[in-house]
Write a protein that binds this ligand. Structure first.
Ligand SMILES: Cc1cc2nc3c(=O)[nH]c(=O)nc-3n(C[C@H](O)[C@H](O)[C@H](O)COP(=O)(O)O)c2cc1C
Length: 166
């Protein structure tokens, strides 16, 4: 009987810890959605070439000056040397409530450039306006969990279909 182990990674940068909390809640959601092999890692512990082994890659960043945090930008640049074409992916950022755009739009630009498959609309995770340290607003971590669950369900649905056909 064929078995299917799909591996997912959530890669994030954080300065004050809020993006880590969001990343952990997304990872929990992915697990609850049925994908058990999920790892959640600070970008400082991730080597670019490591990403090639994952089926699903989620990127997260705090929004700094309307875009990506520098450390996340440097990491995304380093991924140019890795073949990520066709990898399932999604992005999230943390940002002030009311901000129309943030780091996730820049993450998605890279993901498109790398030929990755963006599975669902990116998730902005909200902090009170002007409060750079947070914490994240009430209810946002629940949204993160649901985001993770949707990712898992989409992946499982997609693979169930390919199993039916072959
Ligand atoms: C240098 C700096 C610039 C920031 N610029 C923005 C910004 O342009 N828009 C925004 O919504 N939040 C901005 N913020 C707030 C961040 O969104 C917030 O600090 C971050 O989401 C917290 O995530 P972390 O705890 O993972 O570091 C900025 C924060 C810092 C430290």
């Amino acid at each position: 009987m064929a078995s299917l182990t799909l591996k997912a990674i959530v890669v994030y940068y954080t300065r004050f810890g809020n993006t880590r909390k969001a990343a952990e809640a997304i990872s929990d959601g992915i697990r609850e959605g049925g994908l058990e092999a999920v790892i959640c890692k600070d970008v400082k512990d991730v080597k670019p070439e490591e990403l090639a082994q994952y089926d699903v890659i989620i990127f997260g960043t705090p929004t700094h000056y309307g875009g990506l945090a520098d450390k996340m930008l440097a990491f995304m640049e380093s991924l140019r040397q890795v073949n990520l074409k066709g990898k399932n992916s999604a992005a999230f950022d943390t940002r002030y409530v009311g901000e129309k755009t943030g780091g996730l739009e820049e993450l998605e630009k890279y993901m498109k450039e790398f030929g990755m498959n963006i599975m669902l609309r990116g998730l902005p995770v909200l902090l009170p306006a002007g409060d750079a340290w947070g914490p994240i607003r009430n209810g946002e971590l629940r949204k993160c969990k649901e985001f993770g669950t949707s990712i898992a369900q989409k992946i499982i649905g997609k693979n169930a279909y390919s199993f039916q056909r072959f």
